[in-house]
Design a protein around this ligand. Structure first.
Ligand code: UDP
Length: 239
C-alpha cells in the first residue's frame, strides 16, 4: 500500500464508457476490460466505490426534448444507471472481486438500498460498492452523484474515467488541432473557462468538498492503476 496515493476512491464511469464503439447499450468486452482494470486496483487494497452513468441507454434531457415530462424522463435515466450497475457487478464477480450494488431508489430484490454507513463498512471489508440510481432525484446527474458519494464516504479522489479522451483540453481536440491538454486545473478554472468536465452542480459541489478529481482515459490498459499510484497521466482538478 505504501506507493498507493489514493486509498479510497470513487470511480465515475459514464454510460458511454460502457458502450464501446457502438455508442449505445452495454458492450460485454468493455465490461470485462473494466472489471480487469478495477481488479488490479482492488488487489492493491484500494477501497473502491463506483458511480455509473446511464447515457448509453437514456438521458432525461433527451426525453424532455421529445416532449416528455422532465422528472419522468429523469427517472428512466436513473433506472438505466442501475442496469449498468448490474452489468458492472456481473463483470466484477466474473473476476472474483466481491461487490455490493446499492441503489438510491429501493429495489430490494436486486440491490441493497443506499445506506452510507453500510457502504463504508463494505469498503472496509474489501467489497467494491457500486452506487446505482444516481442521487435518486430528477434534475441531477451522475457526475453530481460522484461528487456527493465521494464526500459522503470521505473518498480521497474522484476518478473520471473517460472513453478515449486522456484529459481536459482547451477545446475539442477532434475539432481544433491547436487544442492543448491541461495537466492541472482548479474547479474554479473549470467553471470560469466553461470546460466540459462535469456539470456546474457537480463542479460546485466538488469545489465545496475539496475532493480532487482526475480525468483520464480508461480505455488504455493500466491507467486506473497509474492514477491510483499518483502518476499524472490525465488532468488533475483540485477543489
Ligand atoms: N439522473 C437523474 N438524477 C441523478 C442522476 C441521473 O435524474 O441523480 C438521470 C438523468 O436523466 C441523466 C440520466 O439519469 O440524464 C443518466 O445519467 P447521466 O447523464 O449522468 O449519465 P452519463 O452521462 O454519466 O452516462
Amino acid at each position: 500500500m505504501s506507493q498507493v496515493k489514493y486509498k479510497r476512491i470513487i470511480l465515475k464511469i459514464s454510460g458511454e464508457a460502457l458502450a464501446g464503439d457502438e455508442g449505445t447499450g452495454i458492450n460485454p468486452t468493455v465490461i470485462a476490460h473494466l472489471a480487469k482494470e478495477i481488479k488490479t486496483v482492488h488487489d492493491l487494497g484500494v477501497q473502491i466505490g463506483i458511480v455509473c452513468g446511464g447515457g448509453n441507454m437514456w438521458r432525461g434531457e433527451t426525453g424532455a426534448k421529445l416532449g416528455m415530462e422532465r422528472a419522468q424522463a429523469d427517472y428512466m435515466g436513473m433506472l438505466a444507471t442501475i442496469m449498468n450497475g448490474l452489468a458492472l457487478q456481473d463483470g466484477l464477480e466474473h473476476v472474483d472481486v466481491p461487490t455490493r450494488l446499492q441503489t438510491s431508489i429501493e429495489m430490494r430484490q436486486i440491490a441493497e438500498p443506499y445506506i452510507r454507513r453500510k457502504a463504508i463498512r463494505h469498503l472496509e471489508k474489501g467489497r467494491v460498492v457500486i452506487f446505482g440510481g444516481g442521487t435518486g432525484n430528477p434534475y441531477f446527474s451522475t457526475d453530481t452523484t460522484a461528487a456527493l458519494r465521494a464526500a459522503e464516504i470521505d473518498a480521497d479522489v474522484i476518478l473520471m474515467a473517460k472513453n478515449g479522451v486522456d484529459g481536459v483540453y482547451s477545446a475539442d481536440p477532434k475539432l481544433d488541432p491547436s487544442a492543448t491538454k491541461y495537466s492541472e486545473l482548479t474547479q474554479l478554472d473549470v467553471i470560469a473557462k466553461n470546460l466540459k468536465v462535469m456539470d456546474r452542480t457537480a463542479s460546485s459541489l466538488s469545489m465545496d468538498t475539496d475532493i480532487p478529481l482526475v480525468v483520464f482515459n480508461v480505455n488504455t490498459p493500466g491507467n486506473i492503476k497509474k492514477v491510483v499510484m499518483g502518476e499524472n497521466i490525465g488532468t488533475v482538478i483540485e477543489g
